[in-house]
Design a binder for this molecule. Structure first.
Ligand SMILES: C[S@@+](CC[C@H](N)C(=O)[O-])C[C@H]1O[C@@H](n2cnc3c(N)ncnc32)[C@H](O)[C@@H]1O
Length: 228
């Protein structure tokens, strides 16, 4: 009998929040369909085909209110950014930022980021960002954290050799567990030279509203891994 694939555990909390404003509803109805990454079940897409001029493709997973996505897209017009968020209000905010700044280098995915990843070809990404992911701090919930061995295998499949992955958190138990998992993986390398390399925000980091709430139990750590 063929085995049924095991659906990974949900890594996010709520998807809906407050009612959207008229503008936000309009953006979800009109702009999101134009910017949605057209991945199809059973097929794999080369995301380079979605951008006319992008010289690099980046991925951001769980972008919250979109401040980092839109800030990076503005600062790096030659990067094509795939950005994923399941929280509808966050998606609506990001769409507003894209429209206001007339960004043409962002494509969006409003379902689980892992479904987007499954629909992309091997070695298509130069950079990936997982910033302040849902921490699931209670011991019983930690299996919901997105940094799991299978997820790292899949991320690795998508990264070009020499590509860069940034993970940030302000929750100590997640910082420790994620670092251990990345370092247990044969293809993620981390070679900091001094503690400032992970305790100070990287020069190109863009702070988000979520980060500024300081909900964690430590000052943020930023781990920049190289792949390959
Ligand atoms: C704690 S928030 C941080 C948001 C943002 N990265 C920041 O730093 O402001 C984590 C976000 O990841 C989203 N998320 C969690 N799991 C996800 C998944 N599998 N696919 C897409 N988004 C996800 C959640 O909806 C949530 O908005």
């Amino acid at each position: 009998m063929p085995s049924t694939p095991i659906k990974p555990l949900r890594t996010y909390g709520r998807r809906g929040g407050r009612p959207l404003s008229a503008r936000q509803s309009h953006l979800i109805a009109t702009l999101l369909p134009r910017l949605r990454v057209p991945v199809e079940p059973g097929k794999q897409l080369d995301p380079g085909r979605l951008f006319e001029t992008a010289s690099e493709i980046w991925l951001e997973i769980g972008f919250g209110g979109g401040e980092h996505v839109s800030g990076q897209a503005k600062a790096n017009p030659s990067a094509g950014i795939l950005a994923s968020e399941v929280f509808v209000e966050g998606m609506a905010k990001c769409l507003g930022q894209i429209e206001d700044a007339e960004l043409t280098n962002v494509r969006l995915w409003e379902e689980d980021a892992r479904d987007l990843m499954a629909g992309l070809v091997d070695q298509c990404l130069e950079r990936a960002f997982i910033l302040f992911p849902d921490p699931w701090p209670k011991t019983k919930q930690q299996k919901r954290r997105i940094i799991q061995p299978g997820f790292l295998d899949e991320l690795c499949r998508l990264m070009k050799p020499g590509g860069h992955v940034r993970f940030a958190t302000d929750v100590r138990s997640y910082a420790d567990a994620a670092l251990e998992r990345f370092l247990a993986h044969p293809d993620f390398k981390w070679h900091p030279e001094r503690s400032e390399d992970w305790t100070c925000a990287p020069e190109d980091h863009i702070q988000t509203r979520y980060q500024m709430k300081k909900l964690g139990d430590i000052a943020p750590v930023y781990y920049d891994f190289t792949v390959g």
